[in-house]
Design a protein around this ligand. Structure first.
Ligand SMILES: NC(=O)c1ccc[n+]([C@@H]2O[C@H](COP(=O)([O-])OP(=O)(O)OC[C@H]3O[C@@H](n4cnc5c(N)ncnc54)[C@H](O)[C@@H]3O)[C@@H](O)[C@H]2O)c1
Ligand SMILES: O=c1ccn([C@@H]2O[C@H](COP(=O)(O)OP(=O)(O)O[C@H]3O[C@H](CO)[C@@H](O)[C@H](O)[C@H]3O)[C@@H](O)[C@H]2O)c(=O)[nH]1
Length: 433
């Protein structure tokens, strides 16, 4: 099948690559000329493991192409994915400007029946809104063209996007017509995953409710960690014991410095604001956000109870919002750096992929050349993002380079036992072992 993907960010490019891999013919389109130029030369503008070689492979086989010309992409495709950003407005609502502009663009140049698939995370009722925008643009040209709008939310996690696209837990398909249902079934026939057909509105809500549930699960564990810390209980063992109950499950129970990224904070805020618009109290969502917004403050207060930060050199390990990505949107590192600077500390930081964007925000901090230079003269180490390479460090060597011996593990990713044995003063988020 011929597929156009509008928006070549994390979701668009992964969607394009995985559909290309399934044998479909793909055209990716973006308004960002720089991005398209890079993609046309086989360079991925973002870091996402495995995607760049796959794109290069598909280009060699002539199965994927990139353009800034929306008309070319729309006329080429039977199925058009909208995968543009839906960032937060100041009041928490999702900003639909990019989705609406993509829909208007489709309506302006659509020449025959198409299925328009919404992959962006959008408020309930957006499929209907997209339909109205396209219809209005088509009518302006005095034409009558049939089309369907499908809601097919994306559930990939950055850092393992390709894996999630190849082997998703489920494919949610909000289809209002049999024709759209049949085409979507055909499009995804190569993916071994249950397909759940529902209405577009239900599909839109499934996406928000899933993200809000996962975010709440994390905030719940962070609240437990605060209590465990006071009661001298190990929250990692509590999580392990809890996770053995099939009804709870072992995932997303890791306490730490809170969730970041381009999705959880924005999507919980958007869902909460949908509640407000419907005059509904949503106390669980409100408190899940509050715990997350204060988790870094709580962490730094704990640190200050152990060591005075004024004038101290802090070695900060990890800056991206999670490992295996260069994405710093809503990264807890930004909040931590701000708090450390306010408390008079100096910062040297290292991250395998995300130093440049953080340096742009904080020109006053030092970026280390490698994962050992960061320890040079440090009094305190703070683990912010649990990249695998930090777990495998030669900690003896790191300690020899330091002036002090404090280590604060914001992700509970290191071994308290081993680090204490070599002379570190270790503190994890309610973690003892
Ligand atoms: N990042 C994730 O892990 C993830 C996972 C699941 C769902 N989502 C959702 O998917 C959507 C996209 O997220 P993302 O992280 O890929 O965003 P992104 O910001 O990385 O990329 C969006 C892209 O769309 C382009 N764009 C904007 N308007 C356009 C237009 N009119 N025509 C063509 N291109 C246009 C931008 O230039 C940009 O390249 C959001 O709604 C997000 O909530 C994201
Ligand atoms: O037990 C956990 C799990 C995650 N996190 C943090 O939560 C954030 C989000 O992590 P993750 O969910 O792995 O990354 P995302 O790429 O943001 O993916 C989420 O957001 C996407 C965008 O909507 C969805 O598609 C995914 O299903 C959903 O997991 C990160 O800061 C993690 O460090 C924790 O603190 N504890």
């Amino acid at each position: 099948m011929k597929v156009a993907v509008i928006g070549t960010g994390y979701v668009g490019i992964t969607t394009a690559a995985s559909l290309g891999e399934m044998g479909h013919q793909i055209m990716g389109v973006d308004i960002d000329e720089e991005k398209i130029k890079k993609l046309q030369s086989g360079i991925l503008p973002i870091y996402e493991p495995g995607v760049e070689p796959l794109i290069q492979d598909l280009m060699r086989q002539g199965r994927i192409q990139f353009t800034t010309d929306l008309r070319e992409a729309v006329c080429f495709a039977d199925i058009i994915f909208i995968a543009v950003g839906t960032p937060s407005l100041p009041n928490g609502q999702a900003d639909l400007a990019y989705v609406e502009s993509a829909a208007a663009g489709i309506g302006k140049c659509m020449d025959c029946y198409k299925v328009i698939v919404n992959k962006s995370t959008v408020p309930i009722g957006t499929a209907e809104r997209v339909k109205k925008i396209i219809t209005s643009e088509v009518n302006k040209r005095d034409q009558f063209i049939k089309f369907d709008v499908v809601s097919n939310p994306e559930f990939l996690q950055e850092g393992k996007a390709l894996q999630d696209a190849r082997w998703p837990d489920r494919i949610i398909l909000g289809c209002a017509s049999e024709n759209a249902k049949n085409l979507m079934n055909k499009l995804y026939q190569g993916v071994q995953a249950p397909k759940y057909f529902t209405s577009p509105k239900n599909a839109e809500m499934i996406k928000y409710a899933s993200n809000a549930f996962l975010a709440t699960k994390i905030s719940f564990m962070n609240e437990m960690a605060r209590l465990c810390d006071t009661l001298e209980v190990d929250v990692t063992e509590v999580a392990q014991g809890m996770g053995m109950d099939k009804r709870i499950g072992p995932y997303f129970l890791q306490a730490g410095i809170g969730y970041g990224g381009s999705c959880f904070p924005k999507d919980v805020a958007a869902l909460y604001s949908m509640g407000q618009q419907a005059h509904l109290e949503m106390p669980i969502l409100r408190e899940a956000q509050k715990v997350n917004q204060t988790q870094c403050d709580w962490f730094v207060e704990k640190m200050k109870g152990i060591v005075n930060l004024e004038g101290k050199n802090i070695a900060l390990l990890g800056l991206s919002f999670k490992p295996e990505t260069d994405d710093i949107r809503e990264a807890p590192s930004i909040k931590l750096i701000d708090l450390f600077l306010r408390n008079g500390a100096k910062i040297s930081a290292y991250d395998p992929k995300a130093m440049k964007p953080i340096q742009n925000i904080f020109p006053q901090i030092t970026m280390a050349e490698d994962c050992y230079q960061v320890f040079d003269g440090a009094d305190i180490v703070v683990l912010c993002t649990e990249w695998k390479q930090f777990q495998k460090l030669d900690w003896m060597r790191a300690k020899r380079m330091m002036r002090g011996n404090y280590l604060f593990d914001g992700r509970n990713a290191l071994s308290a036992k081993e680090l204490t044995a070599i002379g570190f003063h270790y503190w994890g988020v309610a973690k003892k072992t």
